[in-house]
Design a protein around this ligand. Structure first.
Ligand SMILES: *Cc1c(COP(=O)(O)O)cnc(C)c1O
Length: 376
């Protein structure tokens, strides 16, 4: 006799001690206000669970190319290469591209938080030794200082920084940087990993920009993006670039160059529906701005000290100090008890006694308000 087995999730009984893997699964029921991983919409989860597709198949290649087209359309039409990895991989690809440039020694890196510092380290690891401009945590790029530095560089150089500095919640002036670079004949490289899909982004004047699937796009982490025009890369000596990090080859190849897991691409494809038209994108950016504004207003009213001032604040992440000298870990644990996952455990936040609320994922106003009510 043939029987059809239907899988149902077993309910752990409270009397039995649960295996740690069950405890971890339960903790996912907390509302996720992390800056990555983000809360994922059910339709994206459903797409992730579609049957696996071979990455060279006639079904997969158009799917992969469709995702690339959707991503390009979000940033003004700049072509994009997709890599399997997290945002750091995309930044390593930028570093490897710069290291293959004749002007590799004519660079400037802007540092105003943890992620700018990582770019600096990645540049060093790729054999670059750029000039560094740095500012205190919570500050934005000072474009007058950037201009002075650019003026001293021979034309044809490059500047690299984080658009949205995730650690501080500061959104830097990318159009301002692009305008300055154009004036002095330099190229802009920018980490847009946490700004992509939170604010309108025009990358048409940018040399290299990075993004990732697992932040505000609202999908699973694991697909990294590098936006670049292949014509801008034609002068590079690619013979010394590590195979996987070759941006030019990745942008000009139809379909994936190497193995790509279809669940991540299926999920990303569906997540991008939110940004399918200019109107839909505007609506999503409006939603994030509204939620971020609400978080800032309510936390300020409750007496919290926010790290970024209103004029430079990103709408998507609010970084602040817990009250009364409370440690980051204790504040995170308190929010966890209330059913919320927030950031504060990373060393770079904990050692500065900072925590973060991010509104980048699939979360509702009501869910956020319940936490803000508790904090008021
Ligand atoms: C998340 C993030 C990255 C990439 O970090 P991963 O851990 O590799 O995902 C890079 N830059 C910024 C600004 C980020 O927010």
């Amino acid at each position: 006799m043939i029987r059809t087995l239907k899988y149902t999730k077993p309910t752990p009984t409270p009397t039995v001690s649960v295996h740690p893997s069950w405890a971890a699964a339960e903790s996912q029921d907390a509302i996720c206000l992390l800056p990555g991983p983000v809360a994922i919409a059910p339709r994206v989860t459903a797409a992730f669970h579609k049957p696996l597709v071979y990455h060279r198949s006639d079904e997969f290649v158009p799917l992969f190319e469709g995702v690339r087209a959707k991503l390009s359309a979000m940033v003004g039409g700049v072509p994009v290469g997709m890599f399997i990895g997290s945002g750091t991989l995309a930044n390593d690809a930028v570093a490897a591209t710069l290291a293959a440039d004749p002007a590799k020694d004519n660079g400037l890196v802007l540092v105003s938080g943890e992620f700018g510092e990582r770019l600096m380290k990645q540049a060093h690891c790729s054999g670059l030794s750029p000039r560094i401009l740095s500012w205190d945590w919570g500050r934005a790029w000072h474009l007058d200082e950037v201009e002075a530095a650019m003026q001293r560089m021979p034309a044809g150089g490059w500047v690299w920084g984080t658009h949205h500095e995730t650690s501080t919640g500061v959104l830097n002036d990318l159009p301002g940087l692009v305008a300055l670079a154009r004036k002095y004949g330099h190229r802009v490289c920018v980490d847009c990993v946490s700004s992509l899909a939170t604010v309108p982004l025009d990358l048409t004047g940018v040399y290299l920009a990075t993004g990732a699937s697992g932040k505000a796009i609202g999908s699973y982490a694991g697909v990294a993006f590098v936006f670049a025009n292949p014509a801008d890369l034609a002068h590079l000596d690619t013979s010394r670039i590590p195979t996987y990090l070759n941006v030019s080859a990745t942008v000009t190849t139809v379909g994936p160059r190497f193995t790509a897991p279809s669940p991540m691409i299926h999920a990303l494809d569906v997540a991008l529906d939110v940004f399918a038209t200019a109107e839909k994108s505007q609506a999503r950016f409006g939603q994030i701005a509204e939620l971020g504004g609400l978080v800032r207003r309510r936390l300020t009213a409750a007496g919290f000290t926010l790290l970024a001032s209103d004029d430079v604040a990103s709408p998507a992440i609010v970084t602040f100090a817990p009250p009364d000298g409370m440690a980051s870990a204790a504040f995170v644990a308190m929010c966890r008890d209330w059913g919320y996952q927030i950031a504060g455990q990373s060393g770079y936040l904990a050692e500065r006694r900072l925590v973060q609320l991010a509104v980048m994922g699939h979360v509702s106003r009501a869910e956020i308000e319940r936490l803000l009510d508790r904090l008021s």
